[in-house]
Design a protein around this ligand. Structure first.
Ligand SMILES: Nc1ncnc2c1ncn2[C@@H]1O[C@H](COP(=O)(O)OP(=O)(O)O)[C@@H](O)[C@H]1O
Ligand SMILES: [Mg+2]
Length: 280
């Protein structure tokens, strides 16, 4: 259109250098304006595409969360139904037949305790309070964990060895939730060591990541079971809830980190936790 207009204009005006220059400069100016407008439209379009992609991603994450929550709720209901059925059976039997259930008090109580434990642990799944995220030293966090677990470990004949590499690694965290993560891991380690053993904790910086390793000399996990340990309600313990590791994984992921497990049967298990250090 601009070219067409320029040709018509030049055919009306005498062909001297001034007119050619004027038409040429008008042509170029119009072309530049059109290109700028096109560029603005394209930038806006790209912005919209990005916005829509972000919205879609948010929706997908929300959906995933809802699915996970649904699965968790179904799992919890399933886990709680068994003890409830047992207690209901005792009570009905006792009511109908004037049956003395005193000898079963302990069993009933232990089932009630189990349900309580399940719900208490389940509540830890609540999202870490983002407003509580403050920059804390991982070293301080690990020191707190060790002070909380050391006496129990040593009373069972185990030792906790903390190999500290970097006391200055700080990340934004919900301190109490993070303590919970390592306490859960150490409790598992303690439970996995039948004879006296060692739990080694290491804190190091690898590239731009803060890495925490928790290693034990326990009974280890075979390859097939290793794939299941982060599944909610997966447990090999008679009094386990199977929620510990899935809670750890959730808290770590909420902090932008990852957790991996490696194990050798009859030798021990190690968990490696990595957190990105953005301002490193
Ligand atoms: N350090 C470890 N050594 C050996 N097995 C482990 C270790 N940590 C976890 N496991 C296995 O993973 C399972 C799930 O652990 P967890 O989610 O904490 O639930 P729970 O401790 O209630 O069983 C345990 O039952 C156990 O079989
Ligand atoms: Mg556990």
């Amino acid at each position: 259109m601009i070219a067409f207009y320029s040709v018509i204009r030049i055919s009306y005006t005498p062909l001297d250098s001034y007119n050619i220059l004027a038409v040429g400069s008008d042509f170029l100016t119009s072309l530049a304006v059109v290109l700028i407008i096109q560029y603005i439209i394209e930038v806006e379009r790209q912005k919209n595409v990005l916005k829509e992609e972000k919205k879609r991603e948010e929706l997908r994450l929300k959906e995933e969360k809802m699915i996970l929550l649904g699965e968790m709720a179904a799992g919890l209901a399933h886990e709680i139904r068994n003890p409830l059925t047992i207690i209901q059976g005792f009570l009905q039997h006792s009511k109908q037949n004037q049956y003395n259930i005193q000898p079963w008090y302990d069993l009933i109580l232990s089932e009630v305790k189990r349900m309580n434990k399940l719900t208490v642990e389940f509540l830890q799944f609540s999202k870490p309070n983002v407003s509580l995220y403050q920059s804390h030293s991982i070293h301080e966090c690990l020191k707190r964990v060790i002070s909380l677990t050391e006496s129990r470990a040593s009373s069972l004949g185990h030792q906790i060895v903390y190999v500290e590499y970097n006391p200055n690694l700080c990340i934004p965290m919900d301190f109490d939730k993070m303590v919970q993560v390592y306490v859960n891991l150490i409790n598992n380690s303690i439970q996995s060591m039948i004879e006296s053993g060692t739990i080694t904790i290491r804190l190091l910086k690898v590239e731009n990541k803060a890495v925490v390793e928790v290693m034990d000399t326990g009974k280890g996990i075979n390859e097939a079971d290793l794939k299941k340990i982060f599944n909610p309600f997966y447990t090999t313990k008679p009094d386990g809830t199977g929620l510990g590791l899935s809670i750890c994984q959730k808290i770590i992921q909420d902090h932008g980190g990852t957790i991996k497990a490696a194990s050798t049967l009859n030798h021990g298990t190690s968990f490696t936790i990595c957190f990105p250090m953005n301002n490193a």
